[in-house]
Design a protein around this ligand. Structure first.
Ligand code: FAD
Length: 318
């Protein structure tokens, strides 16, 4: 299924969610245990995040440390293929600029094409842990727009190696990220939206938003995008809060505001079980309003736990 086309043509709000590959060492069964209960709500597609390498310092004795590069959650492409085969649902692997040369990207896309995975979410990625600023690989893509261009090129049979004898044209549908409260590096929301438009002009067919907790923020963003000439579907991304600590972690990590009303409700909770209930109720209200306004899909960030998404989906899609 071409997800961009499906989102543009749907006459009802679709259900989708995002999962993480398991931590290295964990079996795939845990992922299936999380997906199984959500299949009852007929997801249109499932996104799988990509986790780039990180540098850690390992003690090697005598107080010395050795820098080591590790990947905690490998397996995005394999997991997408396994999910597609098991559940017959489309998967959307996230693909990053960070850590990839253009040739690595091309090879990953060839692998996806062979596996019958026809959708990708094209992202720049963040700086590697321990690095202050994002640095692309030498001969890598510097911004998500460059990655979109590369995928679009491959869809037109343009490979990095111009000498190739055969040049099969792929058929990827490309999604990109959008930030209703602006990307943390961007000087302003308007400038961020200009760069977002470049991603669409380069060949992306839909936008998935960063999480937000106040629907007016999403409606304002959509209005601004439309005024800027962005006409593709804009899928709202939602995350139910489940712990008190997230009140400070989420704004720091994702540059998003948590409305006073929700913050006060969470601060009053006696346990994280109570926070979970507040988070679920809040997300149901957000979802119902967005659905009434006719959004093309509701996309839930599960962060590896599906119980709360299941309770929300039961109310919104059950
Ligand atoms: P870009 O679109 O490249 O934008 C990055 C910054 O550069 C912005 O401030 C933008 O305004 C600016 N900019 C864009 N183009 C230009 C240009 N041509 N010149 C100058 N400035 C420019 N991260 C992961 O590591 N793995 C994941 O699986 C993952 N999934 C995500 C899913 C969603 C839905 C979202 C919203 C984010 C996800 N992220 C993920 C996080 C994402 O990688 C980071 O937010 C990253 O910092 C920016 O990625 P981007 O694709 O939005 O970058």
């Amino acid at each position: 299924m071409n997800i961009a086309k499906h989102l543009a043509e749907t006459d009802r709000t679709l259900f989708s969610f995002e999962i993480l590959p398991p931590l290295k060492g964990d079996a795939i069964d845990k992922v299936y245990d999380n997906i199984d209960p959500l299949m009852a709500f007929n997801p249109a597609y499932i996104n799988v995040t990509y986790h780039r390498e990180e540098a850690i310092l390992k003690p090697v004795g005598n107080g010395l440390l050795k820098r080591k590069i590790i990947r905690k959650r490998p397996g995005t492409i394999g997991l997408c293929a396994a999910i597609q085969a098991r559940y017959k649902v489309d998967t959307v692997p996230h693909l990053l600029c960070g850590g990839f040369t253009k040739e690595d990207t091309e090879n990953a896309l060839i692998e996806l094409d062979f596996l019958g995975i026809k959708n990708v979410l094209a992202l720049r990625g963040d700086s590697m842990k321990g690095q202050k600023y994002f640095t692309p690989e030498e001969d890598g893509n510097a911004f998500a727009v460059d990655l979109v261009r590369q995928i679009h090129d491959l869809n037109n049979g343009i490979y990095t190696d111009e000498e190739l004898e055969n040049k099969h044209a792929t058929d990827f549908s490309i999604g990109v990220a959008g930030y209703p409260e602006k990307h943390y590096e961007s000087p302003s929301l308007n400038i961020d939206i200009q760069y977002l438009k470049e991603k669409i002009d380069a060949g992306a067919g839909y936008i998935v938003t960063q999480m937000f907790f106040d629907n007016t923020v999403y409606f304002r963003f959509v209005k601004k995008c439309r005024e800027a000439g962005i006409n593709v579907p804009i899928v709202p991304g939602l995350k139910p809060l489940s712990t008190k600590r997230q009140l400070s972690i989420i704004p720091t990590m994702f540059n998003v505001d948590i409305p006073d009303e929700l913050s006060f409700k969470i601060l009053k909770c006696k346990s994280n079980d109570d926070v979970r209930k507040v988070g679920i109720e809040w997300t149901i209200q957000q979802s119902q309003e967005l659905k009434e306004k006719g959004v093309p899909a509701l996309h839930y960030y599960s962060m590896g736990r599906s119980k709360n998404i299941e309770e929300i989906a039961q109310q919104v899609f059950g």
